[in-house]
Write a protein that binds this ligand. Sequence first.
Ligand SMILES: [Zn+2]
Length: 458
Amino acid sequence: MVALAADVMAASDVRSVRLWRAPDNTRLVFDLSGPVQHSVFLLSSPNRIVIDVSGAKLATNFDQLTLSNTPITGVRSAQRTPNDLRVVIDLSAAVTPKSFTLAPNQQYGHRLVVDLFDQESGAAPSLPTTVATAPQVPVTPTQAPPKLTPIPNGKRDIVIAIDAGHGGEDPGALSPVKGQYEKHVTLAISKELQRQINAEKGFRAELVRTGDYFIPLRKRTEIARKKGADLFVSIHADAAPRAAAFGASVYALSDRGATSETARWLADAENQSDLIGGAGNVSLDDKDKMLAGVLLDLSMTASLSSSLNVGNKVLGNMGRVTPLHKRRVEQAGFMVLKSPDIPSILVETGFISNPNEAKKLASASHQQALARSIVTGVRQFFHENPPPGTHVAWLRDNGKITLGPREHVVSSGESLALIAQRYQVSLVVLRSANSLKSDVIKVGQRLQIPATALAAQP
Ligand SMILES: [Zn+2]
């Protein structure tokens, strides 16, 4: 997009400045009354960054910014002409800047975003970046995930990546409770979930987001992959125009469109995150794009059935501690679930737009109960499907995992024989446990699975 001369002539106000610190970068967001053009350049000894904003006047000050725990030691400004603002950021360490502007959306007006990436010690400083307004493009991964070689007879932990939805300038859904945002609820539940998973032998939980900062959707799956995740669980809280809407839901990725209008609407709302927070200008490596796409589709189908399986187990257990919005795993095109090799689910823990549920979601005891139900579902899934080389696989192979009676909710495409095989019970036992006269089952039907001692798969 090219700014018209008229836009530049009429100066925009810089109305406020916000700062977010992430583990590896510092983000400055300038809230503007209109579009601007800008350039960013680096200066050394001492390290500082100059941001020239043409067509802008400063209508705020930088006093309220909390600079502790950031490489920023000070922020100064000067009005070079009535319409040309210069902002100088003093730094205690070299950083790699990246900047872009964002168009208005429901939550914010025009913004200029400057990300300052920490440099690893010894890394060569990057060239100064000058970035004009760049359109936001949806990003498709073109890189094959790194192969994790299973350790023969190893007993590694099963790794669960927990993704607390939203963060930083993307607050997520708003609550009728003053000061309560989805981003805070999701982080609190995620931390509790991590605590409980880490208490389980053979499991380890890794948080994708550890504080109040923004992470682009695609980056979230990238972080999970780097941590060697066996499962990706994205935690959210729902919102609906109707305040009475309530209940939890679990979503898996849909390969062909959403299973319901709600799912479609929600996928749009959750995918807004990148437009709100700004994924920046991501460079795409175009070579082998076709091949990558084909591989992506293939592996995605494989992990999709695992996602539905674990999703069903989580949903079934959540139904014991909170009302359910939908009784089956919904499918939608969530960007954050598009990890080709990692089974991924998105858990909507309840409706933060509902005053009653908002209150419950803020309470530690309800957060603990929700986390416990998610852990139970995840444990059941991995006890039945342990990745090779894990401690849980070793337990299963040595007949040390006994599963109590469980309930299975039939999802589409499942046959009784398939379910019997998955739970390693005989068809005869499964029929009699459910007093079935034939093998015809319906989607949504609840089946009792008798207790079994799991043995190694043939
Ligand atoms: Zn959300």
